[in-house]
Ligand binder design. Structure first.
Ligand code: 6GU
Length: 237
């Protein structure tokens, strides 16, 4: 899968996504992540990419021309108009199901805004999806874009090793992860739950399932509405 990130801060995005798992997938050629500097496409003699808002008000607005031309350069290179996401608090909140859907795309363009926003007319022409990452205000779309790239990438086949993909399972069914323990068997007077040392895999699985359900009920009861539970599990809630 190929990510194309339209941004005024390409270094921030390239640095932030150079992590172990994502970086390894890029090296293996499973992913490519290209940060496109919007400023490289401005026709302004002074490399300006923003201007005052018509109608007045605080702040600056990112102009249509450099964004459109940067987007068009990507479209010309790949030969079709891919889904184009504008990162904005005005979109629906990103979730795991969206990550799984986006992971099916061959290309994805992520448009990062700054200042007071982007000229509406270019959004109308290029944006197919509006996405927020939660109800708080950030200074720009770069961190949200990195969040999306990470969450989508780990759903692309081959990005996670078998070891790493185990931990996708529980959220897939809308339940939180069960608690994990490693050596030593006793730490600060706290013992590892004995069932985990029993070697009885069926019992361990049943215990973990129960812990996942209990933990979800306690910490994220809102998720239980989506959880895939047996009739018995739902009755016992
Ligand atoms: Cl996608 N952008 C900005 N600027 N702030 C946000 C956001 C996005 N999602 C939550 N807050």
């Amino acid at each position: 899968m190929r990510f194309h990130i339209l941004t005024l801060f390409p270094d921030m995005v390239e640095q932030g996504l150079n992590t172990s798992i994502i970086g390894r997938a890029v090296e293996k050629g499973i992913l490519s992540i290209e940060a496109v500097n919007i400023r490289d496409y401005t026709l302004d003699r002074h490399k300006k990419v923003d201007d005052y808002p018509y109608g007045g008000g605080a702040g600056m607005v990112m102009q249509a021309q450099p964004i459109y031309d940067a987007w068009q350069a990507i479209v010309t290179k790949i030969g079709y108009r891919p889904r184009t996401v504008y990162l904005t608090p005005q979109g629906p909140t990103f979730h795991q199901g969206m990550a799984k859907e986006y992971a099916k795309e061959e290309d994805l363009i992520l448009l990062c805004g700054h200042y007071e926003g982007i000229d509406e007319r270019v959004l109308e022409e290029i944006v197919t999806d509006y996405v927020s990452i939660g109800d708080y205000v950030l200074t720009g779309g770069e961190l949200p874009a990195m969040v999306m790239v990470d969450a989508i990438s780990r759903m692309v086949p081959g990005v996670l090793s078998n070891q790493e993909s185990g931990s996708t399972e529980s959220f897939e069914g809308s339940l939180l992860e069960y608690p994990q323990y490693s050596r030593p068997e006793e730490w600060h007077g706290k013992k590892v739950p004995p069932i985990l040392l029993s070697g009885d895999h069926a019992k361990v699985d049943a215990w973990r399932r129960e812990q996942s359900i209990l933990r979800t009920k306690e910490r994220r009861p809102d998720l239980l509405k989506w959880a895939e539970l047996s009739e018995k599990e739902r009755k016992n809630l």
